[in-house]
Design a protein around this ligand. Sequence first.
Ligand code: HEC
Ligand code: HEC
Ligand code: HEC
Ligand code: HEC
Ligand code: HEC
Length: 374
Amino acid sequence: MRALFLLLFILPLSLFSAKAKYLDNHSCNECHEKIYEEYQSSSHSSSYFTNELHRKIADTVSTEEYVCATCHMPMADNLKDLISGKARPKKSNKTHSDGVSCFFCHTIAYVKKSHEFNINIKARQAERYKPTIYGRLNNPDDSDKHSSTNNPIYGKMVCMGCHSHKKNDNNVTIFRAMDDKQDSGGCIKCHMPEVEGGAEKMDKRARGRHASHKFLGIHNKEMREKSVDINISSERDKLIIALTNKMDHPLIIQAARVKYLDIKVLRDDKIIWKNFDKNPSEDVQGYFALSFKNHGKKILIPATATERGVINNLGARETKTVTYSVEGLKEGDKVEVSLYVQLAKDDCLKVIDLKESTLNKPILMKKYESVLHK
Ligand code: HEC
Ligand code: HEC
Ligand code: HEC
Ligand code: HEC
Ligand code: HEC
């Protein structure tokens, strides 16, 4: 195997093409049933055609150029044309509808760091050979559909091409999930834990386990509960809440998201204090979101932002203490602290007409209760 790998690099360049035969997601199902099923339930399998929030925002940014393709439709056989507006996404084209596809991830040769966003460098494939798939298995088998190569950089950089950071044309940071020194090892540990079952259905090598491809995140209850630790204490007329982000990335990555605190103090089962009345944004400390401006005016979609607006976030592994004055707080008072997420801010529904209007419905991430004692 190693010999073939070397040979592929020594062969004259004319034999290579980045456009070698594409193996679509469904073709992997023949041998990697479990992984295929997991992957299908993940948001990487979603695309312009199936993710309404993404499609509506993309179309609001431009109905001609689909610049999002770099990360959301990376396998497109006409990527440059999509970005420049010469072509539009086509549902019947598998390289479009496959989203962040199996083949794409497993043929990233390496990731180049860059200012606006990082760049995934694809492995060159020899046209006359079956494609080479990269992974991390020790001594992987080949199959009649692909060769397998353990690529040493693979586990370290594979998430960085899309998830690290993104700036818009005006040099405004839209998101930053990873710092420069971070690698993908942590991402894989938390988002691709080892689960039962071999890596392919015959499991000839009797591995017995594989890395989960569900990529669980904000849509999963257990993952939501793992995000933040909440600690409640009090001091005279002060309610003190310490939040610790347990993740290797900020609490808020996405511009569309809001995560917020809903705090209630109860005495004899009656609410005597709340951190907000109608809208969670009334409590600026407990409302975690990113906002953007265009020449001083607040805008919702960051693609055209010229500056960032108010940012309230909780950095990777950061602990933040928020303090509220609650007059007459006393022993025996019960405090309830809930952390909620809205997948799309209320404002999103005003800017784009979302059919799935449940996207702004608050989802509970975590709830803590505590009875105060001196
Ligand atoms: C540099 C890579 C990159 C580019 C370019 C990019 N995105 Fe994303 N996008 C991501 C990543 C990574 C995520 C997942 C992060 C997360 O959910 O926090 C994401 C998630 C999203 C989500 C949230 C999806 C959901 O279901 O909640 C929306 C909406 C979105 N992107 C819209 C866009 C639009 C519109 C464009 C083009 C104008 C775009 N993105 C361009 C990387 C990118
Ligand atoms: C005809 C059966 C077959 C098909 C189809 C197939 N594979 Fe494989 N694949 C295998 C076998 C066998 C192995 C070796 C497993 C082992 O060594 O335990 C493997 C290994 C792998 C590995 C691990 C490589 C490494 O070096 O760590 C990856 C990644 C992989 N396949 C991805 C894919 C993807 C993506 C597709 C679809 C585009 C696909 N496979 C289609 C049979 C297949
Ligand atoms: C080719 C670009 C690309 C690469 C490489 C990539 N992702 Fe993603 N990822 C995305 C996009 C785009 C989304 C959002 C898709 C959507 O919701 O439409 C996303 C979403 C996610 C989510 C959100 C899941 C949820 O439901 O909350 C997680 C977790 C994630 N990716 C983890 C990873 C990990 C771990 C790696 C590395 C092993 C990785 N990604 C590599 C583009 C990528
Ligand atoms: C210590 C565990 C841990 C590590 C390490 C980690 N994550 Fe997460 N991540 C989580 C948890 C838990 C959630 C779900 C809760 C949340 O989103 O607040 C999450 C959520 C996400 C989301 C969805 C956020 C949203 O609001 O849509 C993305 C995207 C993501 N992670 C990508 C990554 C990437 C990329 C890396 C590597 C830099 C990484 N994660 C490292 C635990 C982790
Ligand atoms: C977002 C990138 C990404 C996508 C999409 C993706 N994989 Fe993987 N895959 C990985 C990473 C990273 C690993 C290595 C995890 C590890 O070693 O802990 C991996 C490992 C594997 C392995 C080896 C098993 C193991 O336990 O290491 C196989 C086989 C595989 N993937 C097949 C697939 C198939 C089939 C699909 C689509 C149905 C797919 N992958 C989609 C990133 C991806």
